[in-house]
Design a protein around this ligand. Structure first.
Ligand SMILES: Nc1ncnc2c1ncn2[C@@H]1O[C@H](COP(=O)(O)OP(=O)(O)OP(=O)(O)O)[C@@H](O)[C@H]1O
Length: 640
């Protein structure tokens, strides 16, 4: 391999920042660099064997794929060589000089001092290749893309600070060779025993052999078992991992640590997975799946371009990463592998889009994930809560996307509720139903912008009085979710801030009669208020849903909920004009006083205050806050 002139290039700013953070925050886990480099070498080999399915020539006469580790105690170098796909010059620059994930710069900028030391947070960027700089003060890469001429080899070298050298070289062998010049004090990685242990610990599941030149200790002895005099060490190439794809092994033979290492290999996550589900299915469909639930949401989970999907294998041959057709979008946080015996080796992304086997696999894998979540919810509620806190909002997209599993997904949901009074979403719909009052037919909820507004909503007053539980919804997606959910276990989900209050059998005849009488007594007041507030409200009526508040605003039965309206408006969408309904509480002293007020001006002031307070309590702003303050002060001054 001859080396021509090199040029200097700058790293992208994010890379510089990340390199710096990584070297410091991951130092206590420094040995993971080996796992990362082997993982990349294995991916590169997988990619080559996939492309070679259609173009045998890419093997360039050597189809025996493996990864080789060499170390040189004198030069203090550790070298990894793969016979994978390799990289062109452009690929080297973009892969080893930039970070493609959008949002990274923003995220790095906003990290606090403590976060910068948190290995798990840094780990979510996928530490990958750059982790080499934790132990090396210089890294050299020699590579050539399979199928390209020998002269198109590339040389890359960097000290991991601000820049790297880039040059053209001749490289007869395809694939990538990475040379780490170890820092002072990192000599432990030049030890045969230590390296063997690390490979077995982290990379045993890699499906191609990891080879290392190890000393042949048997060569020390003669045929009679005596140690030879003047013996020079003899080395032999030895395979140090078991090189069987993990998912093809029997579940009972696989240790938890092996699953966790495999998870890190496929997900590039730094932390352990929360749980997993490993299944082999034979029969109508013939496949193996290994699905992992991560413990933490990635920082870019809400990014539309975020890569998602499973690693697809067909008959154990790697086909593609991020095959998104095997799971619905609302389960996009799942990582894993599906290995099908029914698909053809020439399957492409286009074919995956409309394929009966893929559809059947999607149905089966969706069920597997939902079952895994159900099992966790039942057996490990604390873990399930952690899952919900991380990914609950994504799962809430489920009922709209997946009609078939709507009920199952709804059963997995957790909400805040007046029963606990906490903001934590930890009440399931089944828990709620178990606590329903006699005569209660519906599941009640209130939706607002924040938990506090929901918990303080005047709409809850009658429910509190009667001891009826109400779910408190405050995630942006909630009202939209309820629009698609509408029912669970045969019970309707009802927004307590929408339409007439109908407590059905929860009210007795005597109560109903009393209400009718008071309604009559307030008829003229409601029409007077309606006239006064003509521009702001569509209707004014008495209500019995309030105990402490004088009034509240409700949305018409078929109108868009207030939370949804705000979201649409904030997104610049045109929302149909629909005025709310003002409901007044005839039992409230302020309303009674208004009913008896004779001074016209005072009546107007009181009506305005009652309306404005109803807006405030519902979490809506005021059109003219200064006028409100003035009015209140005026009324206060009249107190004696
Ligand atoms: N041995 C290799 N052979 C060929 N390409 C490689 C090799 N090592 C790295 N690459 C390329 O460089 C890219 C960046 O590698 P890096 O390890 O930084 O991240 P990654 O593997 O893509 O994933 P993550 O950032 O999530 O860890 C890889 O996606 C791959 O395209």
């Amino acid at each position: 391999m001859s080396q021509a002139t090199t040029e200097k290039r700058e790293f992208q700013t994010e890379v510089k920042q990340l390199l710096h953070l990584m070297v410091h925050s991951l130092y206590s886990n420094k040995e993971i660099f080996l796992r990362e480099l082997i993982s990349n070498a294995s991916d590169a080999s997988d990619k080559l064997s996939f492309l070679a399915l259609n173009d045998d020539g890419l093997y360039e006469g050597d189809g025996e794929l493996n990864i080789r580790i060499d170390f040189d105690k004198k030069k203090k170098t550790l070298t990894l060589i793969d016979k994978g796909i390799g990289m062109s010059k452009d690929e080297v620059v973009s892969n080893l000089g930039t970070i493609a994930k959008s949002g990274t710069a923003e995220f790095l900028k906003n990290m606090s001092g403590d976060q910068k030391k948190d290995a798990r947070l840094i780990g979510q960027f996928g530490v990958g290749f750059y982790s080499a700089f934790i132990v090396a003060d210089r890294v050299e890469v020699f590579t050539r893309k399979a199928g390209t001429p020998v002269e198109q080899g590339v040389y890359w070298s960097s000290e991991g600070a601000g820049e790297f050298d880039l040059g053209d070289i001749e490289r007869p062998t395809r694939g990538t060779e990475i040379v780490l010049h170890l820092k002072k004090g990192e000599e432990e990685f030049l030890d045969e025993w230590r390296l063997k242990n690390l490979v077995r610990k982290y990379s045993d599941h890699i499906s191609i052999p990891v080879m290392m030149e190890v000393e042949d200790h048997s060569a020390k002895y003669d045929d009679e078992g005596k140690e030879k005099e003047n013996h020079k060490p003899v080395f032999k190439l030895e395979q140090i991992n078991s090189a069987t794809a993990l998912w093809t092994r029997n579940k009972s033979d696989i240790k938890d640590e092996e699953y966790q290492e495999f998870y890190k290999h496929i997900s590039h996550d730094f932390a352990d997975a929360m749980t997993w589900s490993h299944n082999r299915v034979e029969g109508k469909l013939d496949y193996t799946s290994l699905l992992f639930l991560p413990a933490k949401a990635p920082f870019d989970m809400w990014n539309r371009d975020q890569q998602r999907g499973l690693k697809l294998y067909v008959q154990r041959v790697f086909i593609m990463d991020d095959a998104e057709q095997f799971l619905p979008t609302y389960l996009r946080f799942i990582k894993g592998v599906v290995d099908s015996n029914d698909l053809s080796l020439n399957v492409s992304r286009e074919i995956l889009q409309s394929n009966k086997t893929v559809d059947a696999l999607k149905t089966a894998l969706t069920k597997r994930v939902l079952d895994m979540l159900e099992k966790m919810a039942k057996k490990k509620p604390e873990d399930y809560q952690k899952f919900w806190d991380e990914f609950g909002q994504v799962l809430k997209e489920g009922p709209a996307e997946d009609f078939t599993n709507k009920e199952k997904v709804a059963g997995l949901m957790r909400f805040a509720s007046t029963h606990t009074g906490e903001a934590t979403q930890n009440v399931s719909l089944a828990d709620y139903i178990g606590r329903m009052k006699e005569g209660q037919k519906d599941i009640y909820y209130v939706a607002a912008d924040s938990h506090n507004t929901a918990a303080g909503s005047p709409h809850l007053e009658v429910f509190r009085k009667k001891g009826i539980e109400v779910l408190l919804l405050s995630d942006r997606i909630d009202e939209w979710l309820m629009g698609h959910l509408s029912e669970f276990d045969g019970k309707h989900l009802k927004d307590v801030g929408k339409g007439q209050l109908d407590l059905g059998d929860l009210e007795d005849e005597e109560e109903k009669k009393k209400h009718e009488e008071t309604d009559k007594a307030f008829e003229s007041l409601t029409s007077q208020i309606a006239k006064e507030l003509e521009e702001d409200v569509k209707e004014v009526r008495t209500t019995h849903r309030l105990t402490d508040s004088p009034a509240c605003l409700v949305v018409g039965e078929y109108d868009m909920g207030a939370q949804m309206r705000k979201i649409m408006e904030a997104a610049g969408q045109k929302v149909p004009d629909a005025k709310p309904i003002l409901e007044i509480n005839p039992e409230h002293p302020l309303v009674q006083r208004l009913n008896n007020e004779t001074n016209d001006d005072r009546t107007k002031e009181l009506i305005a205050v009652i309306y404005e307070q109803a807006r405030l309590a519902g979490g809506d702003g005021l059109k003219d806050p200064a006028a409100y303050v003035k009015r209140i002060n005026k009324l206060l001054m009249e107190l004696n």
